[in-house]
Design a protein around this ligand. Structure first.
Ligand code: BGC
Length: 767
């Protein structure tokens, strides 16, 4: 049957639709920031050398005659830049303007440049490295991921004490050239010739790139952090000259050397030595990770690379005889306030905590990366979500993840699907790369919700709500007959039997839906609460129908299947004890070893301790043969490995990452269960102090700086007698569980408490 719509109704419909569209467009159209309106994008005025692409340098010379009251430089670039006034680097940041979803969001930096200005001639220079924008980057080493130009845009707003001011904009009056940085890219390293000084300055070319995408920078950016002196210089069995810094990290090496003009020093980087004690780079894939310096000669010269970073503990030095005192490793990562500390009587667990912290530092370089050494270093969403809680215990990661979530939103596909990597570097590849998969794309719901829990910030929920909803709607759209089956990464790298993908999919569908419901309730979207609550019921009932045997066992008989079913609330209460018992049996049948991958591991110990199997959880924590958390510690690891057995018991090394924080997600259990600090309300306004001793640990010192202030939970055991020292910050309240005595409600203050641990109590569940 055909329905004809009267013309006047049709006209009305079209007009209101156009109006709506205009309002919508006005709301979403970004505006260029005020400072950029008269500034112009500029690119080098010379044809670039296509082979090496030396880092271009831009320059503006200007003269000041009056005392300066204030001076601010606003600046952004296609690539990564460092700005200098004369020879002084402006600010302490590296890799500015950071990596964002450059098609729609490009951050600009704002620097106070008053301290760098002088009366008379000033020489502002900006050097631009390839960076994420146009360097060979992404697993496929593709170049020009976002564009091929190394453009910059800037404005210096200089105000004088007499009330007058000038504004210097990037425009055709700027000059360009190249200098000693003959090449620099993230994976490859830097090639630097100290004999080349910038000269032959040429006028720049003005370009017309978008200014509407310029957004202020979130956070303080990447800075130099720890400086680690070399601990050992030695000759490897194959004759290589190596330096050991004793710690695996992400950053670069600063060194001093004296040699002749044109002497060439090469520094290559590696995380481990092979079985024979030789330098091992087999895990770096396409990353050559080598910095090369050509000396001026005759006097002592100091070097540090630019526009690159490496994941390493060892370096190989060619071209000079290395002296220990001349080499220092510098860790580079995003500036964040430390928030937590955890230590205990067990040295192995303390090393594990150190390793977690170092893997965080090694992978929080502007975005949360999977690894810092090989030709990858991408913002894998699965890794970023499993590690969030642990990260937040150790550092204030609010700005860091808030920035990344904006890119997640920006890169979310029009159909609501969420890429597995943010920023979505593979967005233009054909055939399209995997996106919209369980456990990875669910970062869209998990990270905002956990941020709300930790920081109590509803703004983040408001900001992400549409994205969270679009993701859950996408899953529903992709499901068939109440089941979501998508070809994802599953319980990535789990040793042993794998957990079926559709099972995992359904669990994460439910979890994301639950978090969306929680969020809708907080934001007051009652209709959504109802809608998604009924969706959740269907998701769970389809789960039970398809994945449960009548006797209550989940279908895939793996640790991860029970962990997910329990912790993601897939089971009716009546079945939980059976599932927990089965999990416990599986662990014991595996000789007290875990068998979980990226998705099961973060919840494994919680699934046990929440359901009456604290002893088993501690057995797993203390296990030191493969696969376990302490096996790498026993093998000398100083960071968390990507694979449980990256170094095999016979010392053979595997081509894998030695700095991958995902399995470090156990850090959350250390703080929440061993230390016993947990949030009972968002932002830790209400706190649970509920340590559960075990594993032969006789003392713990645990603290965390919450939005309300410092929380402390220390305890010592003498036999069965426990002494606790607890601190609750102003504005918060807490329930303290004193073993043998029960719960007590307290306000802010310091408490010294004593109790007794009975052997049975240790077996009790946390719930
Ligand atoms: C990365 C992981 C990531 C995975 C996806 C790997 O190459 O290093 O950490 O989550 O791919 O399964």
């Amino acid at each position: 049957m055909q329905v004809s719509i009267p013309f006047h109704i049709m006209k009305l419909f079209i007009i209101s639709w156009v109006l709506l569209l205009m309002v919508g467009i006005r709301e979403t159209r970004a505006q260029s920031p005020e400072w950029s309106r008269q500034a112009q994008w500029i690119v080098p005025g010379f044809a670039e050398d296509t082979l090496l692409r030396p880092s271009p340098i831009y320059r503006k010379i200007f003269t000041l005659h009056k005392p300066v009251q204030s001076a601010v430089l606003y600046i952004s670039a296609h690539g990564v830049f460092e700005a200098f006034m004369g020879n002084r680097k402006i600010g302490e940041e590296y890799f500015a303007p950071g990596w964002t979803s450059y098609d729609t969001r490009l951050q600009y930096r704002q620097y106070d440049i008053k301290p760098y200005l002088q009366s008379g001639k000033n020489d502002l220079q900006v050097i631009v490295g390839e960076g994420w924008y146009r360097g060979a980057f992404g697993g496929l080493m593709q170049k020009n991921n976002y564009g091929s130009d190394p453009g910059i845009i800037a404005m210096a707003d200089i105000r004088f004490t007499d009330g007058s001011s000038i504004r210097l904009y990037t425009d055709s009056s700027w000059q360009s050239t190249t200098g000693p940085v003959l090449h620099a890219d993230i994976y490859g390293g830097m090639l630097y010739n100290a004999n080349i000084q910038p000269g032959n300055w040429q006028p720049v070319t003005v370009a017309t790139f978008s200014k509407d995408i310029l957004v202020p920078t979130v956070g303080d950016g990447v800075k130099k952090q720890e400086r680690i002196p070399a601990v050992r210089v030695f000759t490897a069995p194959n004759g290589d000259q190596l330096v050991d810094f004793g710690q695996n990290l992400a950053g670069w090496v600063s060194f001093r050397v004296k040699g002749k003009k044109n002497d060439t020093i090469r520094i290559s980087h590696a995380e481990v030595l092979d079985k024979n004690g030789n330098f091992y780079t087999g895990n770096l894939r396409e990353a050559t990770a080598t910095d090369t310096y050509i000396l001026k000669g005759n006097s002592v010269e100091s070097f540090e690379p630019m526009f690159t970073w490496h994941g390493f503990r060892y370096i190989k030095v060619e071209g000079c005889k290395p002296l220990k005192e001349n080499f220092t490793a510098i860790a580079l990562y995003t500036a964040m306030q430390p928030t937590g500390s955890f230590s205990c009587s067990d040295p192995g667990i303390n090393q594990l905590q150190q390793n977690i912290s170092w893997s965080l530092k090694g992978n929080f370089l502007d975005i949360p990366t999977d690894c810092p050494q090989r030709s990858e270093r991408l913002g894998w969403t699965g890794d970023a979500q499993v590690f969030f809680r642990t990260a937040a215990f150790n550092f204030n990661v609010r700005d860091f993840y808030a920035k990344w979530l904006q890119d997640l939103r920006a890169d979310q596909r029009p159909n609501g699907s969420v890429p597995t990597i943010i920023p979505w570097i593979y967005r233009n590849l054909q055939p399209p790369r995997k996106n919209g998969v369980a456990g990875w794309s669910d970062a869209a719901t998990i990270v905002p919700w956990q941020m709300y829990q930790v920081y109590g910030d509803t703004a983040i929920l408001t900001q992400q709500y549409a994205s969270m909803k679009a993701w859950v709607d996408h899953i529903q759209g992709a499901s068939t007959d109440g089941l979501w089956t998508v070809n994802g990464y599953g319980d990535w790298l789990a040793p042993g039997d794998s957990t079926s993908l559709p099972f995992i999919d359904q669990c994460f569908w439910a979890y994301s839906t639950q978090l969306l419901i929680n969020t809708a309730a907080i934001l007051g979207h009652q209709d959504d609460v109802q809608h998604y609550t009924s969706m959740l019921q269907q998701v769970k009932s389809s789960f039970l129908q398809h994945y449960m045997k009548p006797e209550g066992y989940t279908m895939p008989n793996t640790q991860t299947s029970y962990v997910l079913a329990l912790e993601l609330q897939m089971l009716p209460d009546s079945i939980k004890p059976l599932a927990a018992k089965r999990l416990d049996e599986l662990v014991k049948a595996n000789n007290n070893h875990l068998a979980t991958g990226f998705l099961g591991t973060p919840w494994l110990l919680h699934a046990l301790s929440n359901n009456g199997y604290v002893h088993t959880a501690y057995d797993l924590l203390k296990q030191d043969t493969w696969p376990s958390w302490l096996y790498p510690v026993k093998m000398g690891a100083t960071t968390i490995w990507e694979k449980w057995n990256a170094i095999l018991p016979d010392s053979n090394v595997q081509a894998t990452s030695y700095n991958h924080y995902a399995y470090g997600a156990v850090g959350d259990w250390l703080y929440r269960v061993v230390g016993g600090i947990d949030a009972a309300a968002s932002a830790y306004k209400k706190i649970n102090i509920h340590p559960i001793p075990g594993g032969g640990i006789t003392w713990v010192k645990c603290s965390y700086i919450s939005p309300y202030g410092k929380i402390v939970s220390n305890w010592q055991l003498e036999g069965e007698h426990i002494k606790m020292q607890v601190e609750i910050p102003n504005g918060a309240t807490a329930t303290i569980y004193v073993p043998g005595k029960g719960a007590m409600e307290v306000k802010a203050g310091k408490y010294n408490l004593e109790g007794n641990i009975s052997p049975q109590e240790n077996k009790l569940s946390k719930r």
